[in-house]
Design a protein around this ligand. Structure first.
Ligand code: ZN
Length: 70
């Protein structure tokens, strides 16, 4: 059980994929709601150029996609 993140950074044009492993199904379920509740106070940054991806929820969703891997 894990989450796959795909980042398409508009600042540098990089395409980055990474995944996280969830400890339990509840974690994965709550993580799926990340897209509905983007935290714009804590910066999420591009791993390549460090550009901030979550200046707004719209900005985040247009550059980052999250999918669940069973
Ligand atoms: Zn970037």
């Amino acid at each position: 059980m894990g989450l796959n993140y795909t980042i398409d950074c508009r600042a540098c044009g990089s395409h980055t994929e990474f995944s996280t492993t969830m400890r339990c199904q509840a974690d994965a379920a709550s993580a799926l709601h990340i897209a509905d509740h983007i935290d714009t106070e804590c910066a999420i940054r591009c791993p390549v150029c460090r550009a901030r991806l979550n200046t707004s929820q719209t900005e985040f969703l247009s550059q980052v996609s999250i999918s669940l891997e069973a």
